[in-house]
Structure formats: structure tokens, C-alpha cells
Design a protein around this ligand. Structure first.
Ligand SMILES: [Zn+2]
Length: 109
């Protein structure tokens, strides 16, 4: 459980008490009072929160990394399987792809 999740599990009243904590001694008293346990690292995060006024982020938010944008759409020649192709032609009558390996040509779908 992350510190943010532990915080979210508190009643609103206790969350207000939590936000009012100003130092490590008050934090320990609060934890004892509510039967909560935090690691030293989590306590440090909590104290950081009391100073900055910002709630520590949940792990999910920290892990919210942008996904990769795959570029696996390479055109492959249907005759020889080569991906060394080029597109040419006009919008009308249409674009064509030419395989540089076997010179096969086919229309762009
Ligand atoms: Zn080819």
C-alpha cells in the first residue's frame, strides 16, 4: 500500500488531522492514534507533504508513462517480401508503390 492509498483510507476527519501535522513527533502520535504504520521512507514523504502541502502521488500516477508509438507499418513487397520500396505517382489516377528489389509495382490501397 502506498502512502497515498493509506491516506485515502482515512476518514475525512482524520485526513484533516493528518494535514494539520507539522512535524515528525506529531506524525508519530497520529500514526499511533490511528493504528497506522509507515516506513521511514513513507514518513519522510509524509513530512515532505506537510511542508509542501502537496499529497504524495500514488504509484499509478508516477508510473503513468506515455506508451511507445510503433512504426511497424513498413510496406512489404507482395512478390519478394522486400521492405525496400518507394511510393510514387499522383493522387489521380492513384499512388503506386514500387519494389526497389524486384521492380514489382502495385497500387496503394
Ligand atoms: Zn519485390
Amino acid at each position: 500500500m502506498t502512502i497515498a492509498q493509506k491516506f485515502a483510507a482515512l476518514t475525512p476527519e482524520r485526513q484533516e488531522n493528518f494535514k494539520a501535522i507539522k512535524d515528525a513527533a506529531a506524525l508519530d502520535a497520529f500514526l499511533n492514534e490511528n493504528n497506522l504504520a509507515l516506513t521511514d521512507e513513507e514518513k519522510a514523504q509524509a513530512l515532505e507533504y506537510f511542508k509542501s502541502g502537496k499529497l504524495p502521488l500514488a504509484d499509478e500516477e508516477l508510473d503513468n508513462v506515455a506508451g511507445g508509438c510503433g512504426s511497424s507499418g513498413d510496406t512489404v513487397c507482395p512478390v519478394c517480401g522486400s521492405s525496400d520500396t518507394k511510393t510514387y505517382g499522383d493522387a489521380f489516377p492513384g499512388l503506386y508503390i514500387e519494389c526497389k528489389t524486384c521492380k514489382h509495382k502495385w497500387p496503394v490501397e
